[in-house]
Design a protein around this ligand. Structure first.
Ligand code: ZN
Ligand code: ZN
Ligand code: FE
Length: 765
């Protein structure tokens, strides 16, 4: 049979996952000759052999590819035979378009875990063990293609034993770029708060473990940055951590030594167990079982029925947790919402006064990656913070827009860069409130442009001119495309679900600038080919003090009640709410409300949650964003199944031109909540009726608008009860409902939606 030669180009997540050795072994088995090479734009293969074996090769490349890889495109062309004598792995090619995909960091694989705890293994208890199936990627890569000289491992010269593994195509560590061992690789040290070395190697680990057991706070340099770690059963230690970190009530994440221990404290479904043990190894929000065994302090997540839980994902974490044999608090090494520390010298300064000791190592972290957070909603995973393990895997567009940089919004910022059809979404950066976060934001943009060798032609930014991200966009000397916030939310949901207009988008969050200059946040948008029509929203009310209302739900309650009664008399307000303000405070706030000064109009669903939380007396002040709304949700398991709902009036706003705007008027509902509260109805019941009312309002509008596809986005759809309720009710009435899985529903997904807006515009030109 005549010999044929095939040229194959594969794009996708194919670097750093053992793809080349896999191709080598397969070609060898099928007696094919030729070569495979990694380049910036993917993996190139040439294979020569019998047509039957070539066909088999193509099929098996697809079917048997390494578990961590994904193939986006596989192109093939037939060529005349070249007469290759053997199959070989060629050296990487430097030039060319960089569209290869930078892989996320992968949690320690079972094989490496076994070796880590095997006294006979040469890497026994070595904190940097890894192989082609696991280990650092994104956080150690400085450039593509992914080869050792392009990583922070370049300064470590492999010893002969490691070199041998690295060169042996049959070895699990063949071309494992961060390959290392105790002889030649990085090591750990324990430092005191001034940077003095107290111990190194195994002794450092022992002393760190002892310190945690003694109630100390230890800063641990991990994969994508520093953690602050302390004993999760030690309340004074956790209280100290809260004080030092300026984090009063926001829940802390936990790391457990193993799954069986997690099951003693939390309900873990099959899907949740799979997520915890996946190579992404995110923080998973799990429902606590109550009462659970002792060993976990109340201070971890005060008043919260959920716990954010993860398993060890680096060898160092495995060693620490196995020696401790109990759960620890493992929270980002930062002050409040600043970016996580990645460098030990920087950590000594920024975490000074927070950490008692520093467990560090000498493998540089090149970019930060926080722990990702996921939650199970409607039986599927929903990524609420997209960072380690997920970033920067791309979302594919059906066609390529001009190279676009999207700078995201203001809170929970992430950025995105389009390169060809790929949209690379950055890791979670944080709230752009401080200089440190703004620097991190610029740094991430610069590194993204560098790694993907892309200079954007268009910058997409939020419509809000005052966001630091928008200001940055204006300084770039490039055409700017501004995108309305809630439109961006819906587009991100549509992109990841690969759906086309017409779509009804339900976009509910805390705040975003509308195109009429008011604050939006409870929006129903009809998505058209390259724009949107606002079809419905909540009745707007004034927020006295503007952004201060975000921190004080009681201001939303006052604003909402004032909107209904237009009165400054005490009898119109519940006395508890009334008394939560001082006399002068009330005077100031009523002045703002009645004159409309420093009291912007808002249709935000998030603020409606706040108002209800304050009205029921649940919470007047937020210690962190969204706290009041979360607490309303947390009451729900205590509510009776059929609590019913409140009346909500839908009226048609007379609108000159286009389609009319529906107003969801919550006035009657608010009155009813007031009455329920006065009559002593349990807050859990009020919360359930309120949630049910919102669910019904979605159905009412969906019916009125009459589009089959409905997309849900915005921070409010992190609420499990609300989201699952809307999905269930709409599906029961024949609507096709789409929600987030990969991109966060909160503002972490905005950058993707901004690219989507540019793409739609160019596609429909
Ligand atoms: Zn491994
Ligand atoms: Zn070695
Ligand atoms: Fe938003």
């Amino acid at each position: 049979m005549a010999v044929k030669r095939l040229k194959i180009t594969i794009q996708g997540a194919v670097q750093g996952v053992g793809f080349r050795p896999f191709v080598y072994r397969l070609a060898d088995e099928l007696q094919l000759t030729g070569w495979v090479i990694n380049s910036g734009s993917g993996v190139f293969i040439e294979v020569e052999g019998s047509p039957d074996n070539l066909a088999l090769f193509l099929r098996r490349v697809h079917d048997e590819r390494p578990p961590q890889s994904s193939i986006h495109t596989l192109e093939q062309a037939q060529l005349d035979p070249a007469g290759y004598q053997q199959f070989e792995i060629r050296k990487s090619d430097e030039g060319g378009e960089t569209t290869a995909i930078m892989l996320p960091d992968l949690a320690t694989c079972p094989d490496c875990r076994k070796e880590l705890f095997d006294p006979a293994d040469r890497r026994y208890r070595y904190p940097f063990i890894n192989c082609t199936n696991c280990g650092p990627r994104f956080t150690i890569i400085s450039a593509l293609p992914y080869d050792r000289p392009n990583t922070s491992m370049k300064h470590f010269q492999m010893c002969p034993a490691c070199e041998e593994e690295y060169r042996n195509p049959a070895d699990r560590r063949f071309h494992a770029q961060p390959n290392a061992c105790p002889e030649c690789g990085p090591h750990i040290e324990l430092w005191d708060h001034s940077g003095q070395v107290m111990a190194s190697h195994e002794a450092a680990l022992h002393q760190a473990v002892a310190a945690i057991e003694a109630g100390k706070i230890v800063a641990v340099k991990g994969l994508g940055g520093f953690h602050l770690i302390c004993d999760a059963g030690n309340s004074p230690a956790i209280r100290r951590l809260r004080e030092r970190k300026h984090r009063e009530e926001k829940p802390f994440a936990l790391m457990f030594p193993d799954l069986s221990l997690i099951r003693q404290y939390c309900h873990v479904s099959e899907t949740e167990a799979r997520l915890l043990q996946s190579s992404q190894a995110p923080i998973v929000l799990l429902k606590q079982c109550l009462p659970h065994p002792p060993g976990l302090s109340e201070e971890v997540a005060p008043g919260n029925p959920y716990l954010g839980v993860m398993l060890p994902y680096t060898p160092l974490h495995h060693l620490l947790l196995s020696d401790l044999d109990k759960p620890v608090v493992a929270t980002s090494g930062n002050i409040s919402d600043e970016p996580i520390c990645i460098d030990e010298q920087e950590a000594l300064q920024r975490l000074h006064g927070i950490a008692d000791l520093f467990l560090v190592h000498n493998r540089p972290i090149l970019r930060h990656a926080d722990d990702s957070i996921v939650r199970l909603i409607a039986g599927r995973e929903m990524v609420m913070r997209r960072a380690r393990g997920y970033a920067p895997l791309p979302i594919r567009l059906p066609s390529a827009p001009p190279p676009t940089l999207a700078v995201g919004a203001h809170l929970k910022n992430s950025i995105a860069l389009s390169v060809g059809k790929n949209v690379f979404i950055s890791q979670h950066i944080g709230d752009l409130e401080t200089e440190a976060s703004f620097n991190a934001f610029q740094e991430v943009i610069d590194r993204f442009k560098e790694v993907y060798r892309t200079e954007p032609e268009i910058i997409a930014a939020d419509l809000h001119p005052d966001y630091l991200s928008s200001q940055y966009a204006r300084e770039q000397n490039r055409p700017i495309h501004t995108v309305q916030h809630h439109y961006a939310h819906i587009l991100s949901c549509m992109l990841e679900n690969e759906i086309e207009p017409p779509v009804l988008g339900i976009s509910w969050d805390g705040t975003g600038l509308g195109d009429d200059g008011t604050v939006w946040g409870g929006e129903f948008l009809e998505i058209t080919q390259n724009d949107f029509i606002r079809r419905a929203c909540f009745r707007p009310f004034r927020l006295p003090g503007g952004d201060h209302a975000i921190r004080e739900p009681r201001r939303s309650a006052l604003g909402a009640l004032f909107e209904i009664c237009r009165s400054e008399e005490e009898k119109h307000y519940p006395s508890e709410l009334w008394q939560s303000f001082s006399e002068p405070e009330r005077k100031t706030l009523f002045r703002m409300l009645s004159r409309g000064i420093n009291a912007p109009l808002s249709s935000s669903a998030g603020r409606l949650f706040d108002a209800v939380a304050a009205l029921t007396g649940l919470r007047y002040r937020n210690n962190f964003e969204g706290q009041a709304a979360m607490e309303l949700e947390f009451l729900l398991p205590d509510a009776p199944r059929e609590a019913g709902s409140y009346p909500l009036r839908v009226r048609r706003e007379k609108n000159s031109g286009k389609k009319s705007l529906l107003i969801l008027d919550w006035a009657v509902m608010m009155e009813a909540i007031r009455n329920d509260k006065q009559q002593g109805v349990a807050a859990a019941v009020i919360s359930a009726k309120f949630h049910n009312t919102l669910v019904e309002s979605c159905l009412d509008v969906a019916k009125a608008v009459g589009l089959e596809k409905v997309a849900l986005s915005g921070g409010c759809f992190q609420n499990k009860y609300l989201t699952e309720g809307v999905i269930r009710r709409l599906q029961a009435e024949g609507f096709r409902v789409y929600w987030h899985q990969q991109a966060p529903p909160n503002d972490g997904g905005i950058a993707l939606g901004q690219i989507g807006a540019v793409w739609r515009l160019h596609q429909n030109k």
